[in-house]
Write a protein that binds this ligand. Structure first.
Ligand code: FAD
Length: 317
């Protein structure tokens, strides 16, 4: 069953979460530990992020530096397959424009097709650290909509060079990203919604939000989306606040506001442990309100927050 089917037929708010592939050179055991610790809350699907290559500089000792291209977290497809085989849970590998050519994306689709994995989250991807603005690979895509079109063509048996596939399997279905507080590059919220509607029209079956801490922003966004003709499920993306430093880091990194009540409580804390407790309690309230509102699924970002996510899941599921 696809993610869209799973959340629509669940009858109650589904639990799901995102994990990162292990750092290059580390084992997959930590990924399994994360999943094992969250399995009892019955995840309906697990997302696996994708990370583009970056330039890293190695000091050569003679005043010179050598520039190398490195993917710190490769292995999205393999990790997705490993999870799928071990747990039998629906897996959703992320697919990016950033750092990948259309041909490389096609190879990813072929690998996934052979593995029987048919759910995707189709994204543009973050810009590389050395880029001022997002820059596609030569011949690559500037937006998730273009990658979604490639997936559609693949589903229709057409490769990127226009040649035809002899065998077509179960088609890929996919979700996309959305931003209750607006994508940082969007000139205004209306333009962002215009492009979200375009993603729906192309074939996205659902959208997952950027993390947020203020439910009112999510509710207002969903209302505006519905007015703009966007009918697909809009899944809230959630992450508990964990450390005092995150009070300024989260707005900077994710372009989201933190509600004043949350900031005030966190600022009163003397230790990060106390902030973590405030973050968990805030998140539980957030999730309960979202569930009461009938959201189809709560999607948790687990990076560096597995213990907190477990506590929240234990309280709300
Ligand atoms: P797009 O849909 O291309 O949108 C980017 C901007 O362009 C928006 O302002 C939009 O309004 C506008 N726009 C959209 N389509 C068009 C168009 N056709 N023409 C003109 N303008 C357009 N990043 C990673 O690197 N790896 C991940 O695994 C990853 N997972 C994520 C998961 C979720 C749930 C979310 C919310 C984000 C994730 N990201 C990930 C971050 C994401 O890649 C960045 O936020 C990126 O800057 C935008 O991606 P997008 O798919 O929304 O891009």
């Amino acid at each position: 069953m696809s993610v869209a089917d799973l959340i629509q037929n669940n009858g109650r708010t589904a639990f799901s979460f995102e994990i990162l592939p292990p750092l290059k050179g580390t084992s997959i055991d930590k990924v399994y530990d994360t999943i094992d610790s969250l399995l009892e809350y019955d995840p309906k699907y697990i997302n696996i992020t994708t990370h583009r290559s970056e330039y890293v500089y190695k000091e050569l000792g003679n005043g010179l530096y050598q520039r190398n291209r490195l993917r710190r977290r490769p292995g999205t497809v393999a990790v997705a397959a490993a999870i799928h085989n071990k747990y039998g849970v629906c897996v959703v590998p992320h697919m990016l424009c950033s750092g990948f050519t259309p041909e490389e994306s096609e190879y990813m689709l072929l690998d996934l097709q052979f593995l029987g994995i048919t759910d995707l989250l189709v994204l543009r991807g973050d810009k590389a650290r050395h880029q001022q603005v997002f820059t596609p690979e030569p011949g690559g895509y500037s937006h998730a909509t273009e990658l979604a079109e490639q997936v559609n063509n693949f589903n229709n048996g057409i490769f990127v060079d226009g040649s035809e596939m002899t065998v077509t399997n179960t088609p890929f279905s996919y979700g996309v990203a959305c931003y209750p507080e607006k994508h940082e590059e969007s000139p205004n919220p209306e333009s962002d919604l215009y492009w979200l509607k375009r993603k729906q029209d192309i074939g996205a079956q659902y959208a997952v939000t950027q993390l947020f801490y203020d439910n009112q922003k999510y509710f207002a966004f969903v209302e505006k989306a519905r007015q703009a003709g966007i009918t697909i499920p809009i899944i809230p993306g959630i992450k508990p606040l964990r450390r005092k430093a995150h009070i300024s880091l989260l707005p900077k990194t994710f372009k989201v506001d933190l509600p004043e009540d949350l900031v005030r409580e966190a600022m009163k804390c003397e230790t990060d442990e106390d902030v973590n407790r405030v973050g968990i309690e805030w998140c539980i309230c957030q999730c309960r309100e979202l569930m009461a509102h009938g959201v189809p699924s709560l999607h948790f970002y687990t990076a560096s927050a597995v213990d907190s996510v477990r506590e929240v899941a234990a309280a709300v599921y």
